[in-house]
Design a protein around this ligand. Structure first.
Ligand code: SF4
Length: 348
């Protein structure tokens, strides 16, 4: 039997105490579903989907502000796909559009520059959400905006960083046995960042890619490391120890760390990035957007922190489906509820 077959068999036949490993990367959540990983695990191994989907962790105050802006004269909100369907306190951007709001979907961030140049009479607001992976893209947009002397493009930022939310999860959820470190975020931050987190929390971290075999090997590595701190990088072809220093430098030029509000988790000190004071003329009013009113009956807060599995929400698959999403976690293709719904992943 080759090594990978042995890994597969060990994971499937595992019969020790229950193990709970959390993934904090939306792309991992999607890849786990797409590759049918839960069906390849022993019922004693639980993969928990944590706060790794940027759309899912965006608070309603941000959506509300974007809706308000889209309904303002001569203003167009620019956004990437999924955010458009997430409900704020009253409506989503898609609802705002149905009420006459101006909202456009972007396929490439640089399209924002093109649009702003083409239509100088319109004020464009780019919904800048995301983690360490996406913030360098917004830096690039800003760099171009300044270089090309554009004054009708601003960012509404709701940018998050991983270390503090992982600390938050560890403090508030006691039964996690290890983390699948966020794959794309690690490309930028480097694997070293997780060494520190591992020492602090006493939990193992494994950096993995998005292929089925790699994910299974990562689960196996976490099983072996259970009960000890440590970091294993199984994605060395893409993730280095120090990450992408150029990208971090570009971010540091325009952004600084700040406290940030996370859906269902409240304000987590030092867990976000905002524009530096000297670039505030490019900010569309991102300060103080902390309020968070989840739709009635929605359990996203408990899902995002791993307290319950998506299918334990009473609305799952009934009042809340991908076609008619009630909560944020059912909207995004990286959301926990969406992935549980489309793949039939269930609490076991
Ligand atoms: S099923 Fe829908 S309402 Fe329930 S937690 Fe998930 S997204 Fe929220």
């Amino acid at each position: 039997m080759d090594k990978f077959e042995l890994i597969k068999e060990t994971i499937k036949k595992y019969d020790g105490e229950d193990l709970r490993f959390m993934e904090v990367c939306g792309t991992h959540t999607a890849a786990i579903s797409e590759n049918g990983i839960p069906n390849l695990l022993s019922p004693k191994i639980h993969l928990i989907s944590g706060p790794g989907c940027p759309v899912c962790v965006t608070v309603t105050a941000v959506i509300d502000r974007l809706c308000e802006l889209s309904l303002t004269d001569s203003t167009t909100v620019l956004t990437f796909g999924d955010l458009i369907r997430v409900k704020g306190s009253n409506m989503s951007l898609s609802d705002a559009r149905a009420h006459g709001g101006s909202v456009e979907m972007l396929y490439s961030p640089m399209d924002a520059i093109k649009m702003a140049k083409r239509n100088p009479e319109i004020n464009y607001v780019f919904a800048a959400i995301g983690f360490e992976t996406t913030t360098p893209v917004y830096s690039m947009v800003l760099e171009e905006t300044i270089r090309q002397d554009i004054h009708n493009l601003k960012l509404l930022t709701s940018l998050k960083t991983m270390p503090e939310v992982i600390r938050w999860v560890c403090k508030n959820t006691t039964n996690i046995d290890g983390f699948l470190a966020p794959g794309h975020v690690s490309v930028i931050t480097g694997s070293k960042l997780f060494e520190k987190l591992s020492e602090e929390t006493g939990l193992p971290f494994v950096v993995a890619g998005f292929e089925g075999a790699g994910l299974l090997t990562a689960v196996y590595a976490l099983m072996k490391m259970k009960g000890h701190s440590g970091i294993k990088n199984l994605y060395k072809s893409v993730v280095t120890e120090n990450g992408n220093e150029e990208a971090r430098k570009a971010v540091d030029k325009y952004f600084e760390p700040c406290d940030a509000s996370w859906r269902g988790m409240g304000l987590i000190p030092g867990s976000g990035m905002r524009l530096k004071k000297e670039y505030l003329e490019y900010d569309a009013g991102s300060y103080g957007l902390d309020e968070d009113h989840m739709p009635p009956g929605c359990s996203c807060a408990r899902v995002l922190t791993g307290e319950i599995s998506p299918d334990e929400c009473p609305l799952f698959g009934k009042k809340c489906t991908p076609e008619d999403a009630h909560g944020a976690c059912m909207v995004s293709t990286e959301g926990s509820c969406y992935n549980y719904f489309v793949s039939g992943r269930r609490k076991r």
